[in-house]
Design a protein around this ligand. Structure first.
Ligand code: PHE
Ligand code: CO
Length: 295
């Protein structure tokens, strides 16, 4: 596979200048193999089968509006006009995880980085880094929602700021991303639903997060979340539940600087702990939990 390359136009004091970068790449759509398209189709059908009644209505509806389908790996260039028109966001192709500051700057400018490659057939259930299926199927549909779209851009700006404050602030902010964007639940009229991308792109966690008795399900609380460690290699021990996407936006509007200062003075909570003052939907049994490994 040749390394794709794209000309980025970056705004400098000399106006827009083209910059060659290896960080942002053209989606090499024509190079996807029949196997790549099959992996997409298999995962897409499998998730669309189990997600009705489990995923947020908004997620499912927006995914359809975007025109993603099992038929073939979507082209970023076909999704972009739809996304731009809805919320001003666009997708850019990347090789994988980006340096933090680069990632934040993309988000702040309403560019969502999507890994261009897709996992292999023997990785349908798990892989340790984000691929096209996770990024595109999991993250992109809610970028069509104006409130969630604003939240993601605000998060990007908040990330640039936290990066300037220091590594501890970044740890606190990353927990917020983890427990909302990646592993968030939302309370809808018919019950709890999934909106976190890390969940909707995983069959086993989509079922576990709602149906298992093991995890805690606790109401969203900004500072509590920013103080809580998480798991990267197992199901989450705790899921936090928002009442609405507006709640997320409103709760994160204030300046986080004093929060970072406060959190710098106190211990973090273990991933599975229940704290006084928590609004507990379910207290987990803790079945199957490993004792160590919270990050
Ligand atoms: N209000 C936050 C700050 O001052 C920025 C932010 C917004 C962070 C939304 C996360 C999500 O840093
Ligand atoms: Co992700």
């Amino acid at each position: 596979m040749n390394t794709p390359r794209r000309v980025e136009h970056q705004l400098t004091d000399k106006g827009y200048v083209p910059v060659y970068t290896t960080a942002v790449v053209e989606q090499p759509w024509g190079d996807y193999t029949a196997t790549d398209h099959e992996v997409w189709a298999t995962l897409f059908k499998r998730q669309r089968e189990i997600l009705p009644g489990r995923a947020s209505k908004e997620f499912l509806a927006q995914q359809e509006v975007m025109g993603m389908s099992a038929e073939r790996i979507p082209k970023f260039d076909e999704l972009n006009p739809v996304l731009r028109k809805a919320t001003g966001w666009e997708l850019i192709g990347v090789e994988g995880l980006l340096p933090e500051l680069t990632f934040f700057e993309h988000l702040a400018n309403r560019r969502f980085p999507v890994t261009w490659w897709i996992r292999k057939p023997d990785q349908l259930d798990y892989l340790s880094e984000p691929d096209l299926f996770h990024d595109l199927f999991g993250h992109v549909p809610l970028l069509m929602n104006p409130v969630f779209a604003d939240y993601m851009a605000a998060y990007g700006r908040g990330g640039v700021k936290a990066h300037g404050i220091g590594p501890e602030a970044l740890v606190n902010l990353t927990r917020l991303y983890w427990y909302t964007v990646e592993f968030g639940l939302i309370k809808e009229d018919d019950g709890l639903r999934i909106y976190g991308s890390g969940i909707v792109s995983s069959k086993s966690e989509s079922i576990h997060c709602l149906e298992s008795k093991a995890p805690n399900r606790i109401g969203f609380d900004l500072e509590r979340i920013m103080r809580t460690r998480y798991r990267i290699d197992t199901f989450q021990k705790t899921y936090f539940v928002i009442d609405s996407y507006e709640q997320l936006m409103e709760a994160t509007r204030p300046d986080f600087t004093p929060i970072y200062e406060r959190l710098g003075q106190v211990e973090s909570f273990p991933a599975g702990s229940v704290q006084p003052g928590d609004r507990v939907f379910n207290r987990g049994t803790g079945e199957g939990w490993l004792d160590d490994g919270d990050v």
